[in-house]
Design a protein around this ligand. Structure first.
Ligand SMILES: NC(=O)c1ccc[n+]([C@@H]2O[C@H](COP(=O)([O-])OP(=O)(O)OC[C@H]3O[C@@H](n4cnc5c(N)ncnc54)[C@H](O)[C@@H]3O)[C@@H](O)[C@H]2O)c1
Length: 260
């Protein structure tokens, strides 16, 4: 059964074949969605274009989400292509690498603003830009992490940003509810991507994760993609403002079992 047949989806945040956004794009394609992809900048074009071609996607647009004129340009292009849209996926995050290690209190004012702008505000900015073009029954989706709720050492400003992002999900869900459009987030366990490589200690966390997580399974971009299909499909018609964990159950633990 194809769950997204007839739906138009804009997906922001593909950097390469390891990106969570790419896992979502593949799953959406398998479920019959028409897809538009957006990537951050020229340097990524040669990686993203072949991926887009492999799923028959004609709309591949550059958009640095810190620039309002670029958001406007991608909105115009998307509306030219699709007319109306049903799904918008935001899988974007950024913080200065040197602020993803050491003490959180060393976060600079500029680094704080940058992380909040790109990792949090951009979801609201995209939601606003596309708001008039959403069909009833549509869905917005963003990506968060457990470091929003509990301290994940070295995740620092990204943890704080994810807390703000999750709150944005709830406020946006309230606003968009009036037009019958849902807003949710997936909280993914550790996935080996470019963004994750920037967080100090990620490799260790990734390596030990399956030992501790209740399902003892690592998280793949395909797992996130499948959950995204559900959340953006009519099967999730009454789910909005929620954070859904795709983490092999890691978040239910109080403390991990000790290993010998
Ligand atoms: N990898 C993980 O373990 C993990 C876990 C939970 C949540 N997440 C979240 O998933 C999302 C996707 O990250 P990923 O892990 O797939 O890594 P990724 O590096 O593949 O994706 C991050 C994307 O953000 C984009 N980006 C950064 N600055 C941008 C800007 N100014 N304008 C437009 N795009 C910009 C990058 O180009 C890239 O495509 C992020 O929000 C991340 O925090 C990742």
């Amino acid at each position: 059964m194809k769950l997204l047949e007839g739906k138009n989806a804009m997906i922001f945040g593909v950097a390469n074949q390891r990106s969570i956004a790419w896992g979502i794009a593949k799953a959406f394609h398998e479920h019959g969605a028409s897809i538009g992809l957006s990537y951050a900048g020229e340097a990524l074009e040669r990686r993203v274009k072949p991926l887009a071609e492999s799923i028959g996607c004609n709309l591949v647009e550059q958009c640095d989400v810190s620039q309002d004129d670029q958001i406007e340009a991608v909105r115009q292009r998307a509306i030219e292509e699709f007319g109306e849209i049903d799904v918008l996926v935001h899988a974007i995050g950024f913080a200065n690498r040197d602020e993803l290690s050491g003490f959180y209190y060393n976060t600079s004012r500029a680094g704080f603003h940058l992380a909040m702008d790109i990792s949090v505000f951009s979801f609201t900015a995209l939601a606003k830009a596309f708001q008039p073009h959403f069909r009833t029954g549509g869905a917005l989706l963003t990506m968060t992490a457990y470091g929003s709720e509990k301290v994940s050492p070295q995740y620092n400003i990204m943890g704080v940003a994810k807390a703000a992002l999750e709150s944005s999900v709830r406020y946006l869900a309230y606003d968009f509810g009036k037009q019958g459009v849902r807003v949710n987030a997936i909280s993914a366990g550790p996935v080996r991507t470019l963004a994750a490589a920037g967080v100090s200690g990620f490799k260790e966390l990734y390596r030990h994760f399956p030992e501790f997580a209740p399902l003892h399974q690592p998280i793949y971009i395909e797992d996130v993609g499948n959950a995204a299909v559900f959340l953006c499909s009519d099967l999730a018609a009454k789910i909005t403002g929620e954070i859904t964990f795709v983490d092999s159950g890691y978040n239910i633990l109080g403390n991990p079992e000790s290993i010998d």
